[in-house]
Design a protein around this ligand. Structure first.
Ligand code: GRA
Length: 383
């Protein structure tokens, strides 16, 4: 693995950094406070090609690759973590359609997703099926030329605002995970109701519940074959987890930068507080966790760019980056003291947003389980 970024990747990263600092950072505190949905920024990120890195040019992408996507995501999350969620909501569905969709499905949906015009989401989780994906209860029953969906999806990012959705439902509940199927649908139809939910952080990424009551969708919404859903879902999660890990890395970096800057400014007991070893202990841990997570994220992306299996490496990256973000945000808050706890400074936002990474896209416990079961020889992660 090459530790140096190519000139092209440096240019992509710098473009994302410049955009994040100029367009997202100035309004981040206000957007978080007012829970503003920034469709304007979603469209601008689309114009800059941020959603198309891993999609071939024939469907409107750039084909720059997973490392490019990780670098962009990290830069966006560094200034406002909630804004990187939109990247995942556009990229995850687009990639899944690219990998498993028919030519017609690809042409119908992908270009509008990459431009950010059609706001998307993916709906896996249900009230009684979070970590245990195979336990989903939403059903899709074929009636003539339509599938009829019934059930409820919860904690779905973008649910309150999405135009379209990648939905996982059961076409044969007796078959458990082998009876799961994937669909791509237009949500602006009768049969869908939405409820917005409130969370600790990630405030300007709207989250909520989607309830389907006899929601009738064309038969052609099915992605792949009936029963392919669980494998499609695991494949999709492997991509979106990587981008999520890159987001966590961005938050870890933001928190470490805030802590270092404060240590070099603030004086107590006649010296800069960076001189105190207890703060140095926190800074050293922040630096090492962030560096380690960064190498894991970049390795997982590097493998994806070489079309090599990377489920294990992605789980390691997601776990390490989520924990690095949560550790760094907590440590930064301790270092900044009352300024960290104050809503006038961004560190409390980093902490609220960082906590989400230990829960979403496979909780830290799920990733530990995947990693440990692979190490123990019980279940290979790369399959
Ligand atoms: O033997 P088989 O033919 O039935 O196949 C099995 C296995 O080989 C079957 O699925 C296959 N499989 C896979 N195939 C390809 C399993 N994993 C993969 C894979 N990675 N690739 C059943 O396998 P199993 O291992 O027996 O499944 P399980 O024990 O029921 O579940 C496994 C596991 C716990 C890992 C899975 O359910 C899981 O990943 N759970 C976590 C759920 C999750 O990540 N949810 C995320 C929700 S979306 C979200 O958070 C959005 C956030 C947005 C944002 O912030 O970005």
């Amino acid at each position: 693995m090459d530790f140096e970024l190519s000139e092209e990747l440096i240019a992509v990263r710098d473009l994302a950094r410049d955009f994040a600092e100029k367009e997202i950072a100035p309004g981040a505190a206000r957007d978080d406070r007012e829970k503003t949905f920034r469709k304007d920024l979603i469209l601008k990120m689309g114009e800059l090609g941020f959603y198309g890195c891993v999609v071939p040019e024939s469907y409107g992408g750039s084909g720059l690759g997973y490392l490019a996507l990780a670098l962009i995501t990290e830069e966006i999350a560094r200034v406002h973590s909630a804004m990187r969620v939109f990247m995942n909501m556009q990229v995850g569905p687009a990639l899944t359609l690219c990998q498993f969709g028919t030519e017609e499905q690809k042409r119908q949906w992908i270009p509008a997703l990459l431009r950010g015009e059609s706001v998307s989401c993916f709906a896996i989780t249900e009230p009684d099926a979070g970590s245990d994906v195979a336990a989903i209860r939403t059903t899709a029953v074929l009636e003539g030329e339509s599938y009829v969906l019934n059930g409820s999806k919860i904690w779905i990012s973008n649910a309150p605002v999405a135009d379209t959705a990648l939905i996982y439902a059961s076409t044969d509940r007796a078959q458990k995970h082998r009876g799961m199927s994937a669909f791509y649908v237009d949500l602006n139809q009768v049969g869908v109701s939405r409820r917005t939910l409130d969370t600790l952080g990630v405030h300007c990424s709207p989250i909520g519940e989607l309830t389907f009551e006899n929601f009738r969708i064309p038969k052609a919404s099915l992605i792949g074959k009936e029963g392919d859903g669980f494998k499609i879902c695991m494949w999709q999660l492997n991509q979106t987890r990587l981008s999520c890990a890159a987001g966590a890395l961005g938050v870890a970096r933001a928190a470490r930068e805030a802590a270092v800057s404060y240590c070099n400014q603030r004086e107590q007991f006649g010296q800069k507080i960076g001189q105190f070893q207890m703060n140095q202990d926190l800074i050293a841990q922040m630096v090492v966790h962030e560096e380690a997570a960064g190498l894991l994220v970049h390795r997982a992306a590097w493998l994806a760019d070489r079309k090599q299996p990377n489920n294990l490496e992605t789980s390691m990256a997601k776990y390490a980056a989520a924990e690095a973000a949560a550790f760094a945000a907590d440590a930064a808050l301790r270092i900044l003291g009352a300024y960290g706890y104050s809503t006038e400074f961004p560190v409390e936002r980093y902490l609220r947003d960082a906590k989400s990474y230990q829960i979403v896209e496979g909780s830290s416990n799920i990733h530990k389980l995947i990693i440990a079961q692979d190490a123990l020889g019980y279940r290979k992660a790369n399959r």
